[in-house]
Structures are given as C-alpha cells and as structure tokens.
Ligand binder design. Sequence first.
Ligand code: PRP
Ligand code: URA
Length: 209
Amino acid sequence: MGKVVVLDHPLIKHKLTFIRDKNTGSKEFRELVKEVSMLMAYEVTRDLSLEEIEIETPLTKMKAEVISGKKLGLVPILRAGLGMVDGMLNLLPAARVGHVGLYRDPKTLKPVEYYCKLPNDIGDRELIVLDPMLATGGSATAAIEFLKERGSNSMKLVCLIAAPEGIEVVQKAHPEVDIYVASIDERLNENAYIVPGLGDAGDRLFGTK
Ligand code: PRP
Ligand code: URA
C-alpha cells in the first residue's frame, strides 16, 4: 500500500490557516498556495535518487552528489491544480508539465474529462499529480487512471487538503500511489465539500462564482 504523508511543517500549517480563511482574497490565496506547494515539493522529492560526479572546488577535486534517475513531470488537474504548478516549478525547474482537465459534475459528483496534453515520454518520468482538494477522490482516481492508460507507471499525488473518504478511494483504486497532503480534514458535507476545508479551490484561485 502506498504511504499517506501529512506534511505538517509549521510553515505549511501557518500558511494553510490563511488559505482556509474566507477573508483571504484571490491574490493572497494564489500566493499562499504557491508558497505551500513549494514547501511541499521539498518533502515530496525527498526520495529522489542521487549519483556522484566529480567536481573541482577552488581548493580541490571532490566527488559530490547530483540528482539522477527518472526525470520528473508535473500534472495539474485543471483548473485548481494550476495553482500548485509555479511553486513546484520553483524547486523543480526542469520538470515537464502535462495537463489533465477534469471537473466534478455538480449533480452526479462524477469527474468529467475535457482536456489532456502530456509530455510524450510520460512512461519515462516520475509524475507528480497536483490538485489542492481530494474530496470524494473521484477526480484524482480518474486522473491517475487516465495517466496509467497513457503509459505512466510512476506517480505521486499531492494535495493541500484531503478528506479521509477521498484518501480511501484513491488507495483502493491505486494502492501503489503515495499521497502527500498538508492536512487531512474531518469529513465531507452533503455536497461533497471538505469540512472545514477551504471552500471551492478553483473559484478562490481564479475569483470566479
Ligand atoms: C475540485 C478540485 C478537485 C475536485 C475534488 O475541482 O480541484 O479536482 O473538485 O473533488 P473530488 O475528489 O470529489 O473529485 P472542480 O471539479 O471543482 O473543478 P475546477 O478545479 O475546475 O474548479
Ligand atoms: N472541490 C473543492 O474545490 N473543494 C472541496 O471542498 C471539494 C471539492
């Protein structure tokens, strides 16, 4: 079973508080999501493999470590996943970015796919799937399925806030995928919104509704 990692660093907790606050406007919300995503990137990439190369400092030759192994790909789930891309790219500037467009049908709550553009070597990349909210788990499960169908065999899922129900659904469908979150909240409400949550992530990022 993939692991579930809660990234509860004080800086992440502090910033998440203001992301949740309904009085935080879109500009600040976007900035905070970007900052938290950058902090999360640091932990999500902790297990990247390293190799030694030889370099020369001004004083002497030495062997020093650089990142090796699979290249990375970021895959935001549109729309709200877009808010996490720039923060991740700050630390992972060489990562390619693919996009998967899904929205949750408000009546059926089922994910509806409307867009997909991916690097053509996704099978050779470790993908980091980005979505601020993991609610019922329908969107993340569908996105991961979708990426597997297109050749991906290595993925991590990174979300700001998850409901316990959503984590269970993703783990059941994709037990090998590690899930990284900043918080696991209490529950879903009758409209499948995360409580306490942060409201509608896409609307808060882009000022819609
Ligand atoms: C939100 C969110 C997730 C999804 C989570 O997107 O960004 O993708 O809902 O819900 P689920 O776990 O129950 O599937 P939404 O469908 O609102 O689309 P948007 O990002 O375009 O606003
Ligand atoms: N999508 C959101 O944006 N927020 C939730 O709480 C649930 C789904």
